[in-house]
Every structure is written in structure tokens, then in C-alpha cells.
Design a protein around this ligand. Structure first.
Ligand SMILES: Cc1cc2nc3c(=O)[nH]c(=O)nc-3n(C[C@H](O)[C@H](O)[C@H](O)COP(=O)(O)O)c2cc1C
Length: 477
């Protein structure tokens, strides 16, 4: 596992391992829609990571980096795995990873202190935060960012990724879904008549980004999780005047306090969300910024949400969802799982099993459906036999089209969704009703006569390998 020192180290490592073409430098694109648009168009064709520089109106060197884990190869490199690792091996490696928690290492200084701006010098508009989508209600500096808070009772440090937008020189807004840890922590301060101290970290290595988006149990710091994933504690320092640890090698850290919404709020959103729609907007609390730390020539790490069918953007979420579902299935007693793969982030979850008895497929479907997390939108769960390559959507569709009897293999449950689900009706939203259907599809050969199921006419794996070798010239075209 490569323990990336910081985002810059990861960028260098990408070109070292995958070639110069893996990171494309783009000069002169505008922060208003152009950076977001180019990112989306490039992601649609699984293009390179993009490093935007010479952004009009900003000093050369103030950069934006996007599509950072946008292909399976980049995800593998980001997670310290071989770039050509088969997709399912990445999930398996994560599932079997050593789950040690390694606490951060405190250091006295670091590059993030190269520039410390306070008082009159605080100016968030000095950074080229993009307006990513044309319906966005503002400029979002935080997309794949880390919001650091500390529980006032236990001292537990929580790190989460929540969207962050800029409102003038010294105000940010942050949007937390209802069940997020940072919201609960902020409420504890507010209940005691205090403002909640907050640090927003913009620009960190991909392991930290991944850990921040994970839902570590209450009391477990995502810093410790990141340390475990990278095999070494993350180097942190305390933002001056706070008890909030921030990565010493971060690109930008914004420090301030969040008063309760009743005291100060702003219009937050709308923002193009990961489902591919705009849903949430409303009055949200602000961060009153009192300090900005940043490196020379800082890089904003941007992960603008795109349609979830685009195979780029943030790959960590589907990988993590696949891994956690696989673990959940095994913990639920489903032992014959051969793989789990999430499509469209996790709107469709596909599980492959080796059937050993009648009812295995249904057991797997029910167990997968019971893994509901706050903030998730689950629509379809599909179980297929082990001969299906679940990382190939065409293969999955073939199983769904030819091994399902719609009259008996499809089951619909009602299950809670989340407020950004675009299919919630206005009436449901008004009533706070988050119930939604979820479809369970048994696309396995029926166990009772699976050995008599018609034989498939696809070239088998062994002969495929032989042909690929013998007919390289023809088949590599
Ligand atoms: C790119 C990205 C953006 C996210 N944006 C938000 C957001 O705006 N609000 C939110 O509540 N969760 C958001 N999430 C999900 C949270 O990061 C995730 O639920 C995480 O577990 C929250 O941390 P917590 O468990 O410590 O509360 C986002 C995740 C990713 C990967």
C-alpha cells in the first residue's frame, strides 16, 4: 500500500504508474461551468484526471483537480492495488483488508501553514471554487472535502464529506443530511449555547477522501480509519487556536465556527446531486470563517456529482458499498457469496452466489435489502449465479433477461429512502414520508432444475483465453 503523503504525491504517482497521459493539464478553463462541463464530458468517456490551471481571474498555480478516481485503474492505484487488478479483486481486497485503526501522528508544522490568513486577509473568493452545474445555487469549494468536528463530550474527532459552498469572503454553508455525525455534534454545541468549531479541509490524498466518505461508527475517527487503510498514521497539526486536527499536507483548510441556524443562515443549494437531479435547497447554517490556511499554489480537489451511470467521478462510494454489502451478507449467514458489485453508485446492487440449496437466492436478496444506511437510495437488488461476470453490465442484463420469470422472480418491498431521492412525491416530502419501493430480482437459475437449464452458447472462459493468445493480432483490434 502506498501511503500517499498528500494530493500532490498521488498526482505524481498516477503519472509514474499509469503514464503521463493519466493526468491532463488544462489551461484557461473558466470556474463558471467550464471546469464542471469539461470534467463531465471527459468522465463520460473515462478520460484522464484533469488538473485545471490558469483559471481566468485567478493567479496561475491556483488549481482545481477532478476525475481523481475516475477509472477502475485510477481507483486501484488510489487504494494501493495493482492498476490492472480485476474489478472484483479490488472489492475482495477491501473486504479482506486489515481493519486496524491507526491514530494520526501529531506534527508541529507542515506545508498547509505556508500561508495563514486571518482578520482582513480572510477571503474565500481568492480561490477558484467552480460553479459545477448550471442549476447550482452557488460555487462549491467542498465536494470531495473533509469537514472536521470534535464531540464536546467524548473528544471524538469526526470527519465527514458534506458539500460546502462559498457565500462571500468569510462565510461558507454546509449541508448535512439528517443522520450525519457532524449535525449531531453541532447540535450538542448549540444545546449548550455555543457555536460549533469546524475545519473544512479541501485537497487531500484519496485515502483520506475515501475515509471521510465512509460511515465509521460513532466514536471512531475517520482519521484512524484512514491510518489503517494507508498503514501509517496521518500526519496532522492543530489549526492555530483550535483543538481540531487537520492534515499537515492539506492544500487548503478553512477554520471557523457554526452558530445555530436560528442565529444565522443562508440559502443553500440547489446543487446537482449524485442521483443526477437537484433536490435539496433551503436555509442552512453558516460557518463564520476566521482563518484560512493554504499551501503555495493550492489545489482544490473537486468531485462534482454527475449522473450515477457515468463510470467516473467518485469510484470509492460504489467500491465501499460493494464491500460493505458483501461483509453484511456474510455476517447475515449467507456464506456462498462469490462477489458483490454496485452499479449507478449503488442504485443497483448485484450479488453473485453459488447456490447450494433451495432458497439461497431469496436469502441473499433479503439479507442485502436489510443493509439500509441513512442517506442511501437503493432501488434494485439482483442475485445471479456464479457464472455471471457481475462487473460486466451486459452479462448481468443477460441473466436478468433470460433467467427471470417476472411472474415469480421479482419481489417489491417498501423501505425507507433518503430526502434526495427524486422519486419522492411533493406530498410525501411535505408529510416527511420517506418510504419507497425496492425491487428484489432473483436472476439465478431455479435451484430445483438448475442442472437442466438450457446450456449457454457463449465461448467458454478457457477457450476464450486460448483464442486470445493464439489470435492476438486479430483480437487486439
Ligand atoms: C463526494 C461526496 C459528497 C457528499 N456530500 C454529502 C453532503 O452534501 N451531505 C451529506 O450529508 N452527506 C454527503 N456525503 C455522504 C457522507 O460523506 C457520508 O454519509 C459520510 O459517512 C458522512 O460522515 P459521518 O458518517 O461521519 O457523518 C457525500 C459523500 C461523497 C463521497
Amino acid at each position: 500500500m502506498t501511503a500517499f503523503r498528500d494530493l500532490r504525491h498521488y498526482i505524481e504517482h498516477l503519472t509514474d504508474t499509469l503514464g503521463e497521459g493519466e493526468v491532463r493539464r488544462v489551461e484557461g478553463a473558466h470556474w463558471d461551468l467550464e471546469i464542471g462541463g469539461i470534467t463531465e464530458l471527459s468522465a463520460e468517456r473515462e478520460g484522464p484526471a484533469l488538473l485545471f490551471d490558469d483559471i481566468p481571474g485567478y493567479p496561475s498555480g491556483f488549481r482545481v483537480f477532478t476525475n481523481f478516481m475516475g477509472t477502475p485503474a485510477r481507483s486501484a492505484v488510489a487504494l494501493g492495488l495493482p492498476a490492472d487488478a480485476p474489478k472484483l479483486d479490488i472489492v475482495r481486497a477491501w473486504k479482506d483488508r486489515d481493519l486496524r485503526l491507526i491514530p494520526p501522528v501529531e506534527v508541529a508544522t507542515g506545508p498547509v501553514l505556508e500561508n495563514v490568513l486571518e482578520g482582513e486577509d480572510v477571503d474565500l473568493t481568492a480561490f477558484p471554487a467552480p460553479r459545477w452545474h448550471d442549476g447550482d445555487g452557488g460555487r462549491y469549494i467542498g465536494t470531495s472535502c473533509m469537514v472536521v468536528t470534535r464531540d464536546p463530550d467524548s473528544g471524538w474527532v469526526n470527519v465527514g464529506t458534506y458539500r460546502v459552498s462559498v457565500h462571500g469572503k468569510d462565510r461558507l454553508s454546509i449541508w448535512f443530511l439528517d443522520n450525519q455525525h457532524a449535525r449531531a455534534i453541532a447540535h450538542k454545541y448549540w444545546d449548550r449555547g455555543r457555536n460549533c468549531p469546524i475545519a473544512v479541509v479541501v485537497g487531500q490524498d484519496p485515502i483520506l477522501s475515501t475515509a471521510a466518505a465512509m460511515s465509521a461508527p460513532k466514536g471512531v475517527s475517520e482519521y484512524d480509519l484512514a491510518g489503517g487503510l494507508r498503514g501509517q498514521g496521518v500526519e496532522v497539526l492543530y489549526a492555530p487556536g483550535t483543538d481540531l486536527p487537520v492534515p499537515a499536507h492539506a492544500e487548503i483548510v478553512i477554520v471557523g465556527e457554526m452558530p445555530p441556524r436560528e442565529e444565522e443562515s443562508v440559502q443553500e443549494g440547489p446543487f446537482g446531486e449524485w442521483t443526477g437531479y437537484y433536490t435539496h435547497s433551503g436555509q442552512e447554517p453558516v460557518v463564520r470563517v476566521r482563518q484560512i490556511l493554504h499551501r503555495d499554489d493550492p489545489i482544490i480537489l473537486g468531485a462534482p456529482p454527475m449522473l450515477p451511470t457515468i463510470p467516473a467521478g467518485d469510484q470509492a462510494v460504489p467500491l465501499y458499498a460493494s464491500t460493505m454489502t458483501w461483509e453484511h451478507l456474510e455476517q447475515s449467514g449467507v456464506q456462498n457469496v462469490r462477489g458483490v458489485w454496485a452499479y449507478a453508485r449503488q442504485l443497483m446492487m448485484v450479488v453473485s452466489i453459488e447456490q447450494t440449496g433451495a432458497g439461497d437466492a431469496m436469502r441473499a436478496l433479503m439479507a442485502a435489502a436489510s443493509r439500509k444506511r441513512p442517506g442511501s437510495v437503493d432501488r434494485y437488488i439482483v442475485v445471479v449465479d456464479e457464472d455471471i461476470d457481475i462487473t460486466d453490465i451486459n452479462h448481468v442484463l443477460w441473466a436478468m433477461f433470460t433467467r427471470v420469470n417476472p411472474a415469480e422472480s421479482i419481489h417489491i418491498l417498501r423501505s425507507p429512502t433518503t430526502s434526495i431521492d427524486p422519486r419522492l412525491s411533493p406530498a410525501q416530502r411535505a408529510a416527511g414520508d420517506l418510504s419507497m419501493g425496492i425491487v428484489l430480482i432473483d436472476a439465478c437459475k431455479p435451484y430445483a432444475w438448475k442442472d437442466r437449464y438450457p446450456r449457454a452458447n457463449r465461448v467458454d472462459e478457457g477457450y476464450r483465453a486460448e483464442l486470445r493468445e493464439r489470435w492476438k493480432d486479430v483480437l487486439s483490434l
